[in-house]
Design a protein around this ligand. Structure first.
Ligand code: MG
Ligand code: MG
Length: 290
C-alpha cells in the first residue's frame, strides 16, 4: 500500500533529510586512507543524535550500526568495523538514515578514497555514471509520470557501459517506515507502474557493478557483495514528488534540492557552485510563487 504524505509530513521528512545530508558532508571530509569504518560510524551516530535525530538503521532488523559501510565489491549493508581500515583507491559506500519525529530520511554515497586519480578511469567512470543514474531517476520523479519512468531513466546510464544493474535490491517508498511501498527498480521499461502523485516519497538508489548484476550475502548475514567480486557503486537520495517537481530531501549543500524543473540538469561531481546557485535561485522562485 502506498502511503502519500501531507505537505506537513514532507516538511518533517525534509528535516530528517537535512540531518542525513549533514552527516554525509561531515563524513566526506573524514574519508581518507587510514580511517576505519567504525570511526566513521561513531562520528555519524554522534552527529545524528546531536541534531535531535535517531539513526534509522541501528537496531533495524538487528542491524548493529548507524551506517552501512560497504567497501569495493561490497554493494550494500556492510557493517562498520575497526578492522576495516580504508586504503587509497578503495570505493567506500556510505549509507545513512535518520529519523526525525518518526519520519525517515535515507541517502547513500560512493566516495573514492584518495580521490578519483587513485583509481583506474573505468572505476571513476562507474562511480560517476551511477551518480548520474541517480540524478536521472530523481529528475524523472515528476508528478504525473509513471514509477518505471524512474527505473528506465536510471538504467539508461548503465546499459551503454554494460554495467551489472543490481536487481535483488531496489529503491523504495519511505516515511514512517524505512521501507514502504512501492519498490523502485533500477531497471526496466518506462511507462508502467503506479502514477507518481504529489505526496509520494521514495528513495531512489541505483547500484551498478563493473561485472555481473548477481549478488550474494556474506556469512555475517548482512553484507551484500557482487557474486563475481567486481567493484560496485551505490548512490541514493530520498525524493518527494510535489506539484512543482521532485524535491530531493537529502540533497547536500552542493546539490540542487527543489524543484528539479530541468530534467537534463545533472550536477557535476564534487563541489559545484553552479548547482548551489541553481538551488538557491529555485528556492527563491518557489518562495516568490508563494
Ligand atoms: Mg539507504
Ligand atoms: Mg534505501
Amino acid at each position: 500500500m502506498i502511503v502519500r504524505k501531507s505537505p506537513a509530513e514532507v516538511e518533517i521528512m525534509a528535516r530528517a533529510g537535512k540531518v542525513v545530508a549533514d552527516v554525509h558532508e561531515i563524513l566526506r571530509d573524514l574519508v581518507r586512507p587510514g580511517v576505519s569504518t567504525a570511526e566513521l560510524d561513531e562520528v555519524a551516530e554522534r552527529e545524528c543524535r546531536s541534531r535531535g535525530a535517531v539513526p534509522s538503521f541501528k537496531g533495524y532488523r538487528g542491524f548493529p550500526a548507524t551506517l552501512c559501510t560497504s567497501v569495493n565489491a561490497e554493494i550494500v549493508h556492510g557493517i562498520p568495523s575497526a578492522n576495516v581500515v580504508l586504503r587509497e583507491g578503495d570505493l567506500i559506500k556510505i549509507d545513512a538514515g535518520a529519523i526525525v519525529e518518526g519520519y525517515h530520511g535515507d541517502s547513500a554515497v560512493t566516495w573514492i578514497v584518495g580521490g578519483e586519480t587513485s583509481v583506474a578511469p573505468q572505476v571513476a567512470d562507474l562511480v560517476e555514471r551511477t551518480r548520474a543514474g541517480l540524478w536521472a531517476g530523481l529528475c524523472a520523479a515528476q508528478s504525473g509520470a509513471r514509477l518505471t519512468d524512474i527505473s528506465a531513466a536510471v538504467e539508461a546510464h548503465a546499459l551503454p557501459h554494460e554495467y551489472g544493474v543490481v536487481q535483488e535490491y531496489v529503491g523504495h517508498g519511505i516515511g514512517r517506515a524505512l521501507h514502504e511501498d512501492p519498490h523502485v527498480p533500477n531497471y526496466g521499461r518506462a511507462g508502467r507502474g503506479p502514477k507518481l502523485q504529489p505526496g509520494l516519497v521514495i528513495a531512489v538508489e541505483p547500484m551498478f557493478n563493473l561485472g555481473t548484476a548477481d549478488t550474494r550475502v556474506l556469512d555475517d548475514d548482512w553484507t551484500v557483495v557482487t557474486a563475481d567480486g567486481a567493484l560496485s557503486s551505490h548512490w541514493e537520495h530520498t525524493v518527494a514528488i510535489t506539484e512543482d517537481g521532485p524535491w530531493v530531501l537529502t540533497a547536500r549543500s552542493d546539490e540542487p534540492a527543489w524543484p528539479l524543473r530541468e530534467p537534463h540538469r545533472v550536477p557535476t561531481a564534487g563541489s559545484d557552485g553552479e548547482a548551489t546557485r541553481h538551488r538557491e535561485s529555485a528556492l527563491l522562485d518557489a518562495q516568490e510563487a508563494g
